[in-house]
Design a protein around this ligand. Structure first.
Ligand code: AP5
Length: 224
């Protein structure tokens, strides 16, 4: 495949981060998760972090112009020459249109938008049991993917915490925001013929297998 330009689409807790890390290992492409970028900016107290914090704490979206700048400056770098994996961007129609425009300007296009689909009640279970490491954001779940030692990241030994936006009242707002603002992107990518639906209610390994099979099919179609 010449380039692999992927968008991971799906509600909060659907497993975009879990699958994004695996895709990054499989394809050795830059993986940009806007939530991780924003949380690092909040931690470091940068201007971006100061702009984003209050929106994130409420479970609202950070304004489009801020987010478009964050991604546009990354996808135009040489690091992204062979492709990229975007997680959490775009999240609104204006963001999707800005991404289309930026890729057009670069003479490129998206290979696929992978929609990881999970019902709301399962999302609440996943988000309320999620634990995230303070150092690098590695993700665990108290029931579905527990760390070997409680409260400690298996990968880098740092402390595991509950994300500020994984509190019950904020989870509800994040799900509502997804249905209202992000779900319209499903039709946007479907109309362009690049939407691929993945059943995200299966185990992480089964979801990875489905994603690999989907990408293998795309590669075969491209070679025909
Ligand atoms: P962000 O960090 O992107 O949050 P999100 O989209 O709500 O997604 P999550 O990180 O919560 O979930 P995920 O799908 O990655 O699931 P995970 O793999 O962790 O954004 C945070 C905030 O930043 C937003 O609310 C907004 O304010 C702001 N923001 C970010 N991007 C923006 C943008 N473009 N525009 C405006 N604002 C923006 O999995 C969840 C849990 O389930 C884990 O515990 C995991 O172990 C477990 N799990 C995963 N897969 C499975 C499985 N198959 N079976 C069982 N458990 C599983």
């Amino acid at each position: 495949m010449s380039e692999l330009n992927l968008v991971l689409l799906g509600p909060p807790g659907s497993g975009k981060g879990t699958q994004g890390e695996r895709l990054q290992e499989d394809f050795r492409l830059p993986y940009w998760a806007t939530g991780d970028i924003l949380r690092a900016a909040v931690r470091d107290g940068t201007e971006l972090g100061q702009q984003a914090k209050e929106y994130m704490d409420r479970g609202d979206l950070v304004p489009d112009d801020v987010m478009v700048g964050v991604i546009a400056e990354r996808i135009s770098t040489t690091e992204a020459a062979d492709g990229f994996i975007l997680d959490g961007f775009p999240r609104t129609l204006p963001q999707a249109e800005a991404l289309d425009g930026e890729l057009d300007r670069l003479g490129r296009g998206l290979t696929a938008a992978l929609l990881i689909d999970v019902p709301d009640d399962e999302l609440v279970r996943r988000l309320s049991g999620r634990r995230t490491c303070v150092k690098a954001g590695h993700v665990f779940h108290v029931d579905f993917d527990p760390p070997k030692h409680e409260g400690i990241c298996d990968i880098d030994g740092s402390r595991l915490i509950v994300r500020d936006d994984d509190k019950p009242e904020v989870i509800r707002n994040r799900l509502e925001t997804y249905h209202e603002k992000t779900e319209p992107l499903i039709a946007h990518y479907d109309e362009r013929g690049i939407l691929r639906r993945i059943d995200g209610a299966r185990t992480p390994d089964e979801v990875s297998d489905r994603i690999r099979a989907t990408l293998a099919t795309l590669r075969m179609e491209e070679e025909l």
